[in-house]
Design a protein around this ligand. Structure first.
Ligand code: SAH
Ligand code: SF4
Length: 365
């Protein structure tokens, strides 16, 4: 008999599981707390459950963790895990410590079908959706490693979650939303929706759904301010164009000065980094509570682009700030272990150090 993986259950599914196995309903609350407050991986230490029930649970179920293929620590403290799933496919997970927070970047898919032209993940051949247990499993591995249990302790190391790893989270909505609800559960990991950010290239129907059902922070991978260029950089724009995207963002629930949309804008030399682009960006988002995250392009072997010059990035940021927008320039983290945005890809196709500077010229793009 295959054992049921308890990480696959929402709380109500766990309750039903207990009832179906003739266990009292309150067992579900006990098990849930042991798994998500205390990080237990086995039933042995669940000391408020009788020995016979623990043995029974152990015979019919398990509390999974994905395998770790590799773990690397950057000189700046960033940690990256290459995580092996049951079918041997792999995803990456990153932990980024900062002064006042610790952020975990989770993957939502193996690879990505959307093929944005500057993104390494988008060139990966194999793509599949992750199950919610595989999304949660990534976070559990990070918390295990950092000794961040119980979740109710002071000075937690993991305080923030960003869905910015491999994959497009809104193309795997059901599993991503299930995982996020588990992460937010007060009786468990209890990270609030204000500390969770979902990044999307603009899958409009699910933006609205996420706003209503999850209420997490929204980050939009914008990268271009007209359809002609965005069609090339972010091809899903052909289906969901800028006008529709901006409209969906305007209606994202409960936007305010303390709850703004983050616009991610990758700085690509001679492609999208002029003063005119900055001015058009301001016009595009002018009515929306916004902050803009300028991301210096992270090159990978064979990529078609180069990073904008520091001068152009600073100039771009200055124009945005002049119009009253917070526009931090994202510091590349974990560069020495290729953990930076857009560099995540599975082991089989990893970047070799010797390849990193062999960029294809950008002519004719
Ligand atoms: N699929 C989602 C989330 C994952 S990508 C999305 O596209 O939003 C996380 C962020 O990294 C996105 O803003 C993406 O556009 C950006 N990114 C991808 N490749 C990059 C690269 N090579 N350099 C810098 N940022 C990159
Ligand atoms: Fe997919 Fe996001 Fe990469 Fe585009 S930027 S290919 S949507 S992971």
């Amino acid at each position: 008999m295959t054992k049921h993986d308890l990480l696959e259950f929402s709380f109500s599914e766990l309750e039903n599981f207990c009832l179906n196995k003739n266990l009292p309903k309150f067992r579900a609350s006990q098990i849930w707390r042991w798994i998500y407050c205390f990080g237990l991986k086995s039933f042995e230490e669940m000391n408020n459950i009788s020995k016979s029930s623990r043995e029974f649970l152990n015979n019919i179920s398990l509390i999974s963790r994905p395998q770790i293929s590799e773990m690397q620590t950057s000189s700046d403290g960033t940690i990256k895990w290459l995580i092996k799933l049951n079918d041997n496919s792999e995803v990456e997970t990153v932990y980024i410590p900062q002064d006042d927070r610790g952020t975990v970047c989770l993957s939502s898919q193996v690879g990505c079908t959307l093929s944005c032209s500057f993104c390494h993940t988008g060139t990966q051949a194999l793509v599949r959706n992750l199950k919610s247990s595989e999304i949660i499993g990534q976070l559990m591995i990070v918390m295990d490693h950092l000794n961040d249990w119980p979740s109710g302790k002071n000075n937690r190391k993991v305080t923030n979650i960003v869905m910015m790893g491999m994959g497009e989270p809104l193309l795997n909505y059901d599993q991503v939303s299930k995982a996020i609800k588990i992460i937010m559960s007060d009786d468990g990991i209890a990270i609030s929706r204000r500390k969770i950010t979902l990044s999307t290239s603009g899958i409009i129907p699910n933006i609205e759904k996420a706003g209503i059902e999850l209420g997490v922070n929204l980050a939009i991978s914008l990268h271009a301010v007209n359809d002609k260029l965005r069609n090339k950089l972010v091809p899903i724009n052909k289906k969901y164009n800028l006008e529709k995207l901006i409209n969906a963002c305007k209606h994202y629930p409960k936007l305010s000065n303390s709850r703004r949309i983050t616009w991610e804008y990758v700085m690509l030399k001679d492609i999208n980094d002029t003063s005119e682009d900055a001015i058009n960006l301001i016009k595009l988002i002018t009515d929306i509570p916004s902050k803009i995250n300028l991301i210096p392009f992270n090159p990978w072997p064979g990529s078609l682009f180069e990073t904008s010059t520091q001068r152009n990035i600073d100039n771009f940021a200055k124009i945005l700030m002049g119009a009253g927008f917070a526009s931090p320039i994202r510091k590349p983290r974990g560069q020495d272990i290729y953990a930076a945005c857009g560099q995540l890809k599975s082991n089989s196709e990893k970047i070799k150090k010797s390849q990193i500077n062999k960029l294809v010229p950008i002519h004719n793009f």
